[in-house]
Design a protein around this ligand. Structure first.
Ligand code: AMP
Ligand code: ZN
Length: 111
């Protein structure tokens, strides 16, 4: 997607601080952290959001959660929150599926 900032990050057109990468997934630090540790995990395939997950593409979501478990373990993070916002009213501002990892301290109640 030409006008997607996360696709531009994947292409290296916008700089990012990498936390993890493999052939399916990229993880990088959020530019405006909402917790002491705030990492975004995205599929390399452009999907607009959680509502676009289908039986055909859902395998990457399972893989993303494996990556989240591995990455947090390696970072010594036992307590963390995973969030995905779908739609403007839920706070989605970037329309490329992404999972926020929030950690590094006591998180406020949300759900
Ligand atoms: P959401 O509001 O759920 O769509 O999350 C989008 C997230 O992307 C926000 O937390 C932003 O701070 C973050 N973000 C936007 N642009 C960048 C960027 N260039 N590098 C890193 N994070 C970004
Ligand atoms: Zn994209």
């Amino acid at each position: 997607m030409d006008d997607c900032i996360f696709c531009k990050i994947l292409k290296g057109e916008i700089p990012s601080k990498k936390a993890y990468e493999d052939e399916q997934v990229y993880a990088f630090y959020d530019i405006e952290p909402k917790a002491p540790v705030h990492i975004l995990v995205i599929p390399k395939q452009h999907l607009p959001g959680a509502a676009a997950i289908t039986p055909e593409n859902s395998a990457v979501v399972g893989h993303i959660f494996e990556v989240i478990a591995q990455l947090t373990r390696e970072m010594g993070l036992t307590d963390y929150r995973v969030v995905t916002n779908n739609g403007a009213d839920a706070g989605q501002t970037v329309h490329h599926l992404h999972f926020h990892i929030l950690a590094g301290g006591k998180l406020g109640e949300m759900a």
